[in-house]
Design a protein around this ligand. Structure first.
Ligand SMILES: [Zn+2]
Length: 137
């Protein structure tokens, strides 16, 4: 039952995504409403025909991309953020092993229905401990 509803949700997320034009000082190009996928406008592309070709290409790329392969736009932390969270706990005085345990308990609550994110968090936790053991951090 859980898997079924999770599939349903991801299907809805897939169908609800939109290609969005984004333009600010740092970035100009097409983006996805659901993830960090983007297709930047090449600089100095002013010719209208070239712009149209670019727009078509962007639309095709947008259709092909999988949101799951990109960072989520909804503030779901990426791998870096997971490690940063563990590091923060260690900075608060937890031993690395305890920090990872606590972190995984938090993640288990925050991402109950997202086995992929949970697996990622677990892998990041293991990576963190491995790096601590190896003396890399
Ligand atoms: Zn996307």
């Amino acid at each position: 039952m859980d898997n079924r509803s999770a599939d349903q949700r991801s299907l809805e997320a897939k169908t609800a995504r939109q290609i969005l034009w984004s333009s600010d000082r740092r970035f100009q190009g097409w983006t996805c409403s659901q993830c960090e996928w983007n297709y930047p406008l090449p600089t100095l592309l002013t010719d209208p025909e070239a712009r149209t070709a670019y727009d078509r290409l962007a639309a095709a790329r947008f259709r092909e991309h999988k949101c799951a392969d990109h960072l989520s736009r909804l503030g779901s932390p990426d791998a870096e953020d997971f490690t940063a969270r563990i590091r923060k706990l260690v900075a608060q005085g937890f031993k690395p092993k305890d920090a990872v345990d606590l972190f995984l308990q938090e993640i288990a609550l925050e991402y109950r229905n997202q086995p992929k994110t949970l697996a990622q968090a677990k892998a990041d936790g293991e990576d963190f401990l491995r790096r601590v053991r190896a003396g890399l951090i």
